[in-house]
Design a protein around this ligand. Structure first.
Ligand code: KDG
Ligand code: MG
Length: 421
């Protein structure tokens, strides 16, 4: 037996630089690049839609100075240090910043090991990652065309969003007019100086939606997995009513039916419907799911790696969920950068309780800035076999696209009351 502590024999690999890169190819992204003394670099995503500069400042002003000189390989220690030493815990800005550091450190560790990240997470649990795409339309013919286009692109699971008569702008409908003239569903954050005001009426929505799903099922048959996003707009009893009304159309999930910071609300919804429930894209820690998971009030965890403290925290959250047969449905809109998306794909491939992965395609300019190794074949994603995350940042290309202020819209009811968007 040796009397020396093995830790003393291992030389730390020091972090020598951490750069925050804000760029706006098709939209704003916050990327952290960590460099070690032996020249290995890792990337992390800290993008928080509409609040990007607050994460950039949190990183630049408060986190980067703490990283220099730390051992890049002590990921758990870095996570706990950043979470606990700030005293002020949780919140989207803090957790996106911690996620950026965490993912960059996993990228470094996997590159140093010469392995794709999923190998360090236990290796592949499946051969491909089932992805769902976003179909939408202002009316049924437009919606059907959009579903057909997605099927042609290879998607095997489809999210369905539709306009509602009497409402001018509804979340998720690609072809409705956008204040900055761009495609609306992929970039709900509009590059305008003030948030766009939209209108909402839950009763009209509840009257309209079941008929749309009935028409979609009649047209596309019973097999196709269909999803829908309620985007936080209903009260618990309204959500219960919708879940019940959609039961004949056998949804894969109904997402964000209520603003779920009130976890207890889901108990009421659950008592009334067997439509599977997905929630959590605006959550940022495991604590936000404590009641939901323990009481089995949801079926899918919607957190993003980027907004929930990175791989380290997501792994723990999804392992907790697994004890209750709750599966993953990792958030993957275009406001998660290709770096955050790659992190999600490595996790998706490795965990046992994978459910489905959201996949919206990034624009051409984004793909110019972030070179990616993932593939999408016959509806299945795969992160690729490059060491690390498999994403490289072209900093020269990124510099061509400086930050552009952009805001998500907000809702008012007919009487002028601000409503959840
Ligand atoms: O930034 C807001 C978007 O990420 C969100 O509106 C997308 O709800 C969304 C989804 O399910 O992708
Ligand atoms: Mg959503």
């Amino acid at each position: 037996m040796t009397t020396e502590h093995p830790e003393e024999e291992r030389h730390p690999v020091k972090i020598v630089a951490a750069d925050v890169i804000v760029s706006s190819p098709d939209r704003n992204f916050v990327t952290l690049k960590i460099t070690t003394e032996d020249g290995v670099t890792g990337l992390g995503d800290g993008t928080l839609n509409g609040r990007e500069l607050s994460v950039a400042s949190y990183l630049r002003d408060h986190v980067v100075p703490l990283l220099i000189g730390r051992d890049a390989h002590r990921i758990e220690d870095a996570w706990q240090f950043l979470y606990r030493s700030a005293y002020w815990r949780r919140g989207p800005v803090t957790m996106a910043a911690i996620a950026a550091v965490d993912v960059a450190l996993w990228d470094i560790k996997a590159k140093a090991a010469g392995m794709p990240l999923y190998q360090l997470l236990g290796g592949a649990s499946r051969t491909g990652i089932m992805a769902y795409g976003h179909a939408s339309g202002r009316d049924l013919p437009e919606l059907f065309d959009s579903i057909r286009r997605h099927l042609d692109e290879g998607y095997r699971s489809i999210r369905v969003q539709t306009s509602v008569p009497g409402i001018n702008a509804v979340y998720g409908v690609a072809s409705q007019p956008s204040a900055d003239g761009r495609r609306y569903d992929y970039e709900p954050a509009q590059r305008i100086p003030l948030p766009a005001e939209e209108d909402w009426d839950t009763r009209s929505y509840l009257r309209h939606l079941p008929g749309v799903f009935e028409a979609v099922r009649n047209e596309f048959g019973p097999e196709l997995p269909l999803l829908h996003d309620g985007h936080h707009r209903m009260t618990p009893i309204q959500a219960a009513k919708l879940g019940k009304a959609l039961e004949p159309y056998d949804l894969f999930w109904l997402e964000d039916c209520t603003p779920a910071e009130n976890q207890e609300a889901l108990r009421l919804v659950r008592q009334h419907t067997t439509t599977p429930l997905a929630i959590g894209e605006v959550f940022n820690t495991v604590w936000d799911y404590q009641t939901l998971i323990r009481e089995q009030l949801i079926d899918y965890v919607r957190s993003a790696v980027t907004h929930t403290g990175g791989i380290t925290a997501m792994r723990k959250l999804l392992d907790f969920a697994a004890q209750y047969q709750i599966k993953s449905g990792i958030h993957g809109p275009t406001d998660i950068s290709p770096v955050g998306m790659a992190a999600a794909l490595h996790l998706d491939l490795a965990i046992h309780n994978f459910g489905i992965q959201e996949y919206m395609r990034h624009g051409a300019l984004t793909n110019e800035v972030f070179r990616q190794s993932f593939t999408f074949v016959d509806g299945y994603l795969h992160p690729g076999e490059q060491p690390g995350l498999g994403v490289e940042l072209d900093e020269e290309a990124a510099a061509k696209f400086p930050y552009v202020p952009a805001y998500l819209p907000f809702n008012r009811l007919q009487d002028g009351t601000v409503h959840d968007w």
